[in-house]
Design a protein around this ligand. Sequence first.
Ligand code: AMP
Ligand code: GLY
Length: 427
Amino acid sequence: MNILILGSGGREHAFAWKLAQSPKAGQIYIAPGNAGTALAGINVPVDPADFEAMKTFVIEKEIDMVVVGPEVPLVNGISDFFSKDKILHDVTVIGPNSKAAQLEGSKDFAKGFLKRHGIPTADYGTFTAETLQQGEKFLENMQPPYVLKADGLAAGKGVLILNDLGEAKAELRSMLLDAKFGKASGKVVIEKYLDGIELSVFILTDGKNYVLLPEAKDYKRIGTGDTGLNTGGMGSISPVPFANSEFMEKVESRIIRPTLYGLKQENIHYQGFIFFGLIKSGDEPYVIEYNCRMGDPEAETVIPRIKSDLLEIFENLAKGTLDKTKLEVDERYAASVMLVSEGYPGNYQKGKIIRGLNNLNNCIVYYAGASNDVENNEIKTSGGRVMAITSFGDSMSEALKNAYANAKQVDFEGKYYRNDLGFDLKQ
Ligand code: AMP
Ligand code: GLY
């Protein structure tokens, strides 16, 4: 089976690494890929946004399955493009159609869906330029902190959490009237702040059945103790100690099953990953957001914990026989530390030589913003998040100790990583 993976991050390296281990895998291509995906397959310069170019490539290379890493191609309808095309419609796409991807593509749609199906989430209101005044009133009647969310995709930057009412109103105006996040903030969701601890829960669904994957916790902020700017993710840990069986039973019965039931009721066929961004407030789980894809950097701890053949699971998903899948999971802890470029998530330099890779042991490296300099036989930094270093351990602290020991060995100018992952988790 020939496979095309779309994307260029650590998540896509984890997919390529895992799928390449399947005896069923033929040639694996990654568009556009990175230094790591090149170890598991062939990187190709096809733009995931250019569906026609993709079609030509898929036909030429006899691709049987397309695994979509990021959300943008899904929200833009790549799955629909394949299913409606006379030649491509038999190609499996792992990822939902554009209607189903609205769970991530529109916060207003997601909140409406959650409310319609009685799934626990923060109370909210949605406002546009025309209803700005009502939006301001809505804020006045709330307690701080104020949570403002751009409706559409905003590359993870569209959520503002503010303590001051005046500032919240100013930001609301800027989002609605000055297009602070472009078209994405044409609508703004204002919601109640939930106090608690977050985790990421993932399923794969064929529209009828689902497989619960290992959960994970990611660390989004750049600074120690969850301070400073939001990033694409500074590392992850799986399993999550507080996600015990009692809590996960609540997640399945109050969130996962009602979500699948709601999709069916609304005639939305969903095939692919659903990522539930949850918060545990008190002892109860609430949905903060849905994503229509796997998480990054969660994939870098979740995927290596899956012992089963992921390609076989994807095949079952395509056939609608996911009930046949029995997931085998590595019971150990996995911890992943993201090494980033100095200055990230602001401005940073690229092209720094990465050294020390031969000194690593007891870890898996998943590359993100790193590319091959073929001429000089070197790997160089090419992005803010450079590489994730994942290690296992019988305890969370052992997994972290192993990952950090390797993080120290890698060397590139301006290397930075958070050294306090897991600080908020008790084992
Ligand atoms: P989102 O893009 O919806 O995941 O939001 C980004 C981050 O903002 C989340 O990971 C949370 O840390 C935070 N957040 C979003 N909504 C809320 C909320 N209602 N209460 C508390 N924190 C929130
Ligand atoms: N780790 C959060 C995300 O992938 O959106």
